[in-house]
Design a protein around this ligand. Structure first.
Ligand code: GAP
Length: 463
């Protein structure tokens, strides 16, 4: 385990040193579990989001996208069940007054009772992790802690102005369902997708960007006719399961053997779900949830229709029949995607030459351009010309410091798949440059006029 934590430390340290992820508010001593994406991190994160948007929204005929408000009408959260059910069970130590989620303390087990509350079992020997007193004697009865982030709308902090930041992007897809239907004229089955921030007042944030209180999700609500047989929703569920698998392997470049599919037991399902599969990744700190896939039935649309008293049904274009669709929800965490991609790509098998083997499409820089020597005007001028031209097509880094070997190592560490060097042959003989491949280390000479085509083809193939 020490070795694995060491791996996590190395990744966190690389992220800070090279500008992927910084501790939030650092000059003020930081803020626990708050992280900022730096210049390279934001490129990596945006590339993941863009690949997702292209693949699941723009390239599919059965999908449309939205971008909804972070703070929605409080009635949304009453109807969705989040105000009543989106809670973690907590126990409090009566001696030191710290509060804990049950799974933080060995020897405490919790299960849901029939009314949706929690039942705790505290075994002999369980102790408070802070002050060490006997948990059986000193711990309070369990209570629910709602994870919704509160705020106030307008200048006065009255109860009537209380509002919540969304804990999932999903609800906007249900609340906007009718508007999307009327304007896009989509027919069932079809889905609505969204990328955006979600907020949860997590009790146990941690493991770098794995669990934070502010994070991003990429979610799809995929609507189908109310199924007559289980097979009907199950087929769509399996279709999305396979899409999620392909995304993980072909876009993120994660080996399938590093993923574990967890069939979530009935008693642990979220309040809206009839079936959920979690895609878990072998993170250095343990196997933990990366993504989820749930069958939400008509739970949300039904509740919003009842609560809003609006007709948000789908009208069958052939029969005129009114239908309340059911919904399959594939959901992806953006920050967990970034973390899994970084963990998968990190290669320090040669500690002198750490390499981030990122899929080229996700790499912050696709290519770096170097003049062989920085004080030779003819080399620098030609390299600048190439750099400026490539910048119209790709994200490009410029480096003229130190020797070329060191520049390669520096680009390897941030995952740049190709490095171009302009040398004396380039300007005096063949108008070609060397294009060094991060992973194969091969350095073919490529004509300057062919560079855009050559790199485009390579980047598209490089997973
Ligand atoms: N709409 C369903 C939903 O929100 P979830 O499993 O609670 O389901 C979906 O969240 C995904 O969001 C997770 O699989 C994970 O990738 C990401 N996620 C959830 N909580 C997170 C947190 N506190 N920090 C970072 N990512 C989180």
């Amino acid at each position: 385990m020490a070795e694995k934590n060491e791996l996590m430390e190395k990744i966190v340290s690389l992220c800070k040193r090279r500008g992927f992820v910084f501790p939030g508010s650092e000059i003020y001593g930081g803020m626990a579990n708050s992280w900022d994406y730096g210049p390279l991190g934001v490129e990596l994160k945006n590339n993941i989001k863009q690949e997702w948007w292209k693949r699941f929204i723009q390239q599919r005929d059965d999908m449309v996208g939205i971008d909804a408000a972070l703070i929605m009408n409080t009635k949304v959260w009453q109807a969705s069940g989040h105000l009543a059910n989106f809670s973690d069970p907590l126990v409090e130590c009566k001696k030191c007054h710290n509060r804990f989620r049950f799974d933080q303390i060995p020897g405490i087990e919790a299960s849901k009772n029939q009314s949706g509350g929690f039942q705790f079992k505290i075994s002999a020997g369980a102790k408070c992790p802070i002050c060490g007193v006997d948990a059986q004697i000193n711990f309070s009865e369990p209570s629910s802690f709602n994870l919704m982030f509160k705020t106030f709308i307008g200048p006065s902090e009255e109860k009537s102005n209380l509002a919540y930041f969304r804990p999932e992007t999903a609800q906007a897809m249900f609340v906007d369902f009718k508007n999307v239907l009327d304007t896009s004229r989509k027919q069932l089955p079809f889905g609505i997708g969204q990328i955006g921030k979600a907020f949860r007042n997590e009790i146990t944030p941690g493991n770098f960007i794995f669990r934070t209180r502010e994070f991003e999700q990429m979610e799809i609500e995929y609507f189908i006719r109310p199924p007559q047989k289980d097979e009907e929703w199950n087929n769509v569920f399996e279709m999305w399961r396979s899409e999620m698998k392909t995304w993980i392997t072909d876009v993120l470049g994660i080996k399938w053997e590093h993923i574990h599919e967890l069939e979530v037991p009935k008693e642990e399902l979220a309040h809206y779900s009839k079936r959920t599969i979690d895609f878990e990744y072998h993170f250095p700190f343990g196997v933990s949830e990366l993504y989820g896939l749930a069958y939400r039935t008509d739970f949300d649309l039904k509740n919003h229709m009842e609560a809003s008293k609006q007709d948000i049904c789908y009208t069958d274009p052939q029969t005129g029949e009114k239908i309340l669709p059911h919904c399959i929800e594939p959901t992806w965490g953006v920050d967990r995607s970034v973390l899994a991609v970084l963990c998968e790509a990190f290669d320090d098998s040669n500690p002198e030459n750490v390499v981030l083997r990122l899929p080229a499409k996700l790499a912050p820089y696709k290519v770096a351009v170097f003049p062989l020597l920085k004080n030779k005007e003819q080399l620098v001028g030609k390299a600048r010309e190439i750099y400026n031209n490539l910048k119209k097509h790709f994200t490009v880094a410029w480096d003229d410091r130190g020797n070329v070997g060191k520049r390669y190592y520096s680009q390897d560490e941030i995952g740049t798949p190709f490095c171009i060097t302009v040398d004396f042959d380039t300007v005096e003989k063949d108008n070609c440059v060397t294009v060094r491949d991060r992973d194969t280390k091969q350095q073919p000479r490529v004509k300057i006029e062919d560079l855009v085509k050559y790199l485009s083809e390579k980047i598209n193939l490089y997973v």
